[in-house]
Design a binder for this molecule. Structure first.
Ligand SMILES: [Zn+2]
Length: 394
């Protein structure tokens, strides 16, 4: 009570000064803050929900292809011009593949696991999905063959020949709705495409919003993108047109599983029911990569943007990025990933019990979970707006 009385007194005595300061702030509003303010929890949730209508969006199925079409329609409706990458996926024999700790005792990505662990894996049993409608939706099996993925582009005004790539993977598996893995990252990328594509937003440099397919089978969508487009970087085409179909890659920022940070498993193998109060956005680079120094630098740009623009949850930087679409880029350009937890030592230790399971459905999550995803969106939007020189036209 006392502090509020003091505040009132203080406000009265320096009211003139405050008014002046406010007038100055109004004269130079932070355009990035305005853009971050255009993100919204309900819009983010609605986009995640929209993605869940296609079940687990497993690659090589009609539900995956329908999801690509739906995503493209959304991006177009935001005013973000789209294009597609086409490639063929013929999976290798299943034997001998697996993810987990090697004989070093370290997690994938190189971190050292600690604390209580619960098993992880990919559900392949339809009968573990109790919702009959969803089970039927997910029933069509994957078949080898042609694949497509969609991206859209915000073209820079003064440096259209350079760009940042903002990515998430739109495929999933496990007989759920892939709401978190990776509906949450896909929705984040789509929401950023919406904000940056507003008619009054201008960026000096280009931004490409990429929704990778085939992440869950080994990042084949991202690899196809690199194979087909790496050599085209920075070329004006047609000559003299001012158009750059593939701007030079300045960095790749990936988003994969953005919502669930309930802490480590409890000793009895269960999880806390609510988002932990200390939940954070994990920004990872790979210390064992050619571009480690540049990637770490990019990671800290996002950390600083989180401090400035994220409303609820902080960010933490770590060196063990792994198993995501930024991996194929990590020896070529600065590459980082954002997640709800560290991929190796935390997700790998069972910190997300919905991971690749029938329980990864929209109804599993509450607003505290969705809000972590929104905070990751605020983080990346703030960072990319700064990196690309974003402004709002008067
Ligand atoms: Zn994922």
């Amino acid at each position: 009570m006392r502090s509020s009385i003091l505040t009132i007194v203080c406000l009265t005595c320096i009211g003139g000064t405050l008014t002046t300061a406010r007038a100055q702030n109004a004269a130079v509003p932070d355009p990035v803050q305005t853009m971050v303010g255009r993100l919204d929890l309900e819009k983010y949730k609605a986009t995640v929900k929209g993605l869940t209508q296609f079940g687990d969006r497993r690659q090589g199925t009609d539900r995956n292809r329908a999801a690509v079409d739906w995503i493209e329609a959304q991006l177009k409706s935001y005013g973000c011009p789209t294009d597609r990458i086409k490639y063929v996926y013929d999976p290798p024999p299943a034997a001998g593949r697996g993810r987990g700790r090697g004989n070093t005792g370290l997690a994938v990505g190189g971190g050292r696991p600690r604390g209580d662990r619960i098993p992880t894996g990919v559900n392949t049993d339809p009968m573990k999905q109790p919702d009959e409608r969803l089970r039927a939706l997910n029933m069509q099996p994957t078949t080898p063959g042609p694949r497509e993925m969609v991206y859209c582009t915000k073209v820079g005004t003064t440096h259209p020949e350079e760009m940042y790539i903002v990515g998430g993977h739109m495929d999933g598996h496990g007989w759920g709705e892939a709401a978190n893995d990776d509906g949450s990252g896909t929705a984040l990328v789509m929401e950023l495409a919406r904000v940056f594509s507003a008619p009054d937003v201008q960026t000096e440099r280009t931004i490409r919003f990429a929704l990778w397919n085939n992440e869950e089978t080994g990042t084949q969508g991202a690899r196809a993108y690199i194979d087909q487009r790496q050599a085209l970087q920075g070329r004006e085409n047609p000559a003299g047109s001012g158009k750059y179909p593939e701007p030079k890659w300045l960095g790749m920022i990936q988003h994969d599983m953005m919502m669930f940070d309930h802490g480590m498993p409890l000793p009895d193998g269960t999880m806390r029911k609510e988002q932990r109060a200390e939940a954070d956005v994990n920004i990872e680079f790979q210390s064992n990569s050619k571009m480690a120094a540049e990637s770490q630098k990019l990671a800290w740009v996002l950390e600083a943007a989180n401090e400035k623009y994220a409303t609820d949850y902080p960010a933490a930087v770590g060196p063990h990025m792994t198993n995501t679409d930024s991996g194929p880029f990590q020896d070529l350009i600065p590459a980082i990933s954002l997640r709800e937890n560290e991929r190796g030592v935390q997700i790998g230790n069972g910190w997300d019990p919905q991971w690749h399971q029938p329980t990864d459905v929209f109804a599993t999550y509450n607003d505290k979970d969705f809000r972590l995803g929104l905070n990751a969106a605020q983080t990346t939007l703030g960072a990319v707006a700064g990196l690309t020189g974003a402004t709002i036209k008067k």
